[in-house]
Design a protein around this ligand. Structure first.
Ligand SMILES: NC(=O)C1=CN([C@@H]2O[C@H](COP(=O)(O)OP(=O)(O)OC[C@H]3O[C@@H](n4cnc5c(N)ncnc54)[C@H](O)[C@@H]3O)[C@@H](O)[C@H]2O)C=CC1
Ligand SMILES: CC(=O)[C@H](N)C(=O)O
Length: 300
């Protein structure tokens, strides 16, 4: 996202932060600083000394890793949001926080899942995201905070994924192109909403720049497609014809079974003109090219 925003606003005007060391190429792309989302005073200092006016808050533990360390997920995902939202209120910053299909649960309608419906997720990740959505809406109505939030589906890119349930789709490309074999931790018929990273970043950008009076909500579903592991493998076989996929469901299956299968993003399409560009065919073609280049680079 920083790369995307730097093209629009200039390299020096977008400050990237994390608690981890940047890769060489990330460090070369523009300013990068240490910021721990749990350190409120440290965040205040950054906002003041860098004259920050807009926060895009990505830090989180995703669904699968969150279940492995619930206390840490509570701190990073819930305390972290308390800190940025209070910061945004104090300094009148604009704030974007992503949510997810994981903010829905087994009581939600799964096909399709509308923008407003029962949520009641069963993972700490989902609970923390519903909390962020509600708190953001509350701060918007109570204090006039410009809070915006998109619920993303599984986002597919050639970067290493962070420990979610939808990560299988990324792993399948790497294993298919490295070894021609893949063991999937979800059942072959597990349908989940997905989106290519290019569409994800564009949706975020378009949503951030919509004039406020065009928004009927502060939280919108967005998506591009839905597919199952079996359907993804079938499309991938156009490029790796002998791909063998076996299935060994683990605890992530339970999570996937409680999530939307088809995400209804008609409100985003109607209110601010959201349109995806990548369907399954385009996504696979692009991923094969990008992951293929990485795999080739590792071999040389
Ligand atoms: N990747 C996906 O498919 C989807 C992602 N999202 C949301 O997008 C956001 C980014 O997701 P990803 O990039 O995939 O996750 P990721 O796991 O790759 O990145 C999360 C980042 O948070 C950082 N972090 C952890 N603790 C921190 C702390 N105390 N202070 C500062 N930073 C800290 C980590 O170092 C990591 O770089 C998350 O909020 C996630 O919920 C939403 C839906 C789908
Ligand atoms: C859909 C998400 O939020 C994420 N990729 C996960 O699987 O946890």
């Amino acid at each position: 996202m920083a790369r995307f925003l730097r093209v629009k606003y200039g390299q020096e005007n977008v400050l990237m932060s994390d608690i981890i060391k940047p890769t060489k190429s990330t460090a070369a792309e523009g300013p990068y600083i240490f910021a721990d989302i749990l350190d409120f005073k440290g965040l205040q200092e950054i906002v003041v000394s860098h004259r920050i006016d807009w926060i895009i808050h990505f830090s989180a533990l995703l669904s699968a890793v969150g279940e492995q360390n619930v206390p840490l997920a509570v701190r990073v995902n819930i305390e972290g949001v308390h800190n940025v939202i209070e910061l945004a209120k104090q300094y009148r910053l604009r704030l974007f926080v992503p949510s997810t299909i994981g903010s829905f649960g087994p009581d939600s309608p799964r096909n399709p899942t509308p923008n407003v419906t029962v949520q009641r997720p069963r993972t700490i990740y989902g609970v923390s995201k519903v909390h962020a959505e509600l708190l953001g809406e509350y701060y918007h109505h109570r204090f006039g905070l410009d809070f915006r939030c998109l619920r993303f589906p599984g986002v597919i890119s050639s970067d290493p994924p962070g420990g979610g349930t939808t990560d299988y789709a990324v792993f399948m490309f790497f294993e298919a192109l490295r070894t021609g074999k893949f063991e999937c931790y979800l059942r072959p018929d597990t349908r989940l909403p997905m989106m290519h990273i290019t569409d994800c970043l564009r949706s975020l950008w378009e949503f951030l720049t919509v004039p406020p009076d065009q928004l009927r909500r502060r939280v919108y579903n967005v998506t591009a497609m839905s597919f199952t592991p079996e359907e993804l493998a079938e499309e991938l076989r156009k490029y790796v014809p002998h791909l063998q996929v076996s299935y060994k469901p683990d605890s992530r299956q339970l999570i996937a079974d409680s999530w939307p299968q088809v995400f209804d993003d008609s409100e985003a399409r109607k209110d601010w003109g959201w349109e995806h560009k990548y369907n399954l065919e385009e996504l696979v073609k692009t991923m094969v090219r990008e992951v293929g280049a990485q795999v080739q680079g590792q071999k040389n």
